[in-house]
Write a protein that binds this ligand. Structure first.
Ligand code: SF4
Length: 253
């Protein structure tokens, strides 16, 4: 039986109402109108995306991007050549990734994952995953320590695998919970529920764009500590924002 976080078709699931079917497209249109079109991603190969996703959890994007450049520079490594990182000592990897969160946990995890991939596949690559169905790829990836549903979704959606998935990180989850788009739940269940609302016509690149817009919104207006609801393009459809605004008016003399 596949893991329950995967967006499996549910034979008992009732068709969406027109309002439900337009929930994500409506959010998407409003964010596009406010922020404009995000720069399209140039997808990495699956292994490079695996390394990035493993290192970038709970780390700001500029630091995550910098650490990839640092790994390439320090170890003379890069796409199709991550063996020098696999063969480096844990101490050297930890020093190289010091700017991400929890480098002492991520360094041994990364080295171990790269060694395990080599042992299981026969070489250090994840390109072979392209021939499998999305559910099988995600289950395979989630064998590795530190790879949960959010990371496996990022790898299959953002890399050249280009599969339909939504990577629900802390930012994405916060915005969706404030909007009450689906009932409150953990990230894995939220992905399942959101995927039921995703239009059939949205391909992997469109889901990536949707995620990018939500990320941008989470980092710009819908921040963790200080959401600026008064300026938000989603205020009309956001129960949390409307409550915040009502409380503000009650407390403002
Ligand atoms: S109205 Fe406020 S809480 Fe709602 S999405 Fe916008 S910034 Fe976030």
């Amino acid at each position: 039986m596949p893991p329950d976080h995967l967006p499996e078709p549910d034979p008992n699931h009732r068709p969406l109402t027109p309002e439900q079917a337009d929930k994500l497209p409506h959010i998407h249109r409003l964010l596009l109108g406010y922020y404009g079109q995000p720069k399209p991603r140039e997808p990495w190969d699956p292994l490079t995306q695996f390394i990035y996703s493993l290192l970038s959890s709970r780390t700001k994007t500029p630091a995550s991007q910098q650490v990839m450049r640092d790994l390439e520079r320090i170890f003379h490594a890069g796409p199709n050549n991550w063996e020098p990182v696999r063969d480096a000592s844990i101490a050297d990897i930890e020093r190289a990734i010091a700017i991400v969160t929890f480098p002492e946990q991520k360094a041994p995890r990364l080295k171990q994952a790269l060694e395990q991939i080599t042992a299981r596949v026969g070489s250090l690559t994840l390109d072979f995953l392209a021939k499998y169905r999305t559910e099988k790829i995600r289950s395979w990836l989630e064998q590795f320590e530190g790879v949960g549903p959010q990371v496996s979704a990022a790898i299959v959606n953002f890399s050249t695998l280009r599969r339909r998935a939504l990577s629900i990180d802390a930012n994405h989850l916060r915005v969706i919970q404030r909007l009450c788009t689906v009932p409150r739940a953990d990230a894995a269940t939220t992905e399942t529920r959101l995927m039921r609302l995703v239009p059939e016509t949205w391909d992997a690149a469109m889901l990536d764009e949707h995620h990018a817009l939500i990320q941008l919104h989470a980092q710009t207006l819908c921040t963790f500590a200080d959401p600026r609801c008064e300026n938000c393009p989603l205020l009309k459809i956001c129960p949390t924002g409307q409550r915040n605004q009502a409380e503000l008016h009650l407390t403002t003399p």
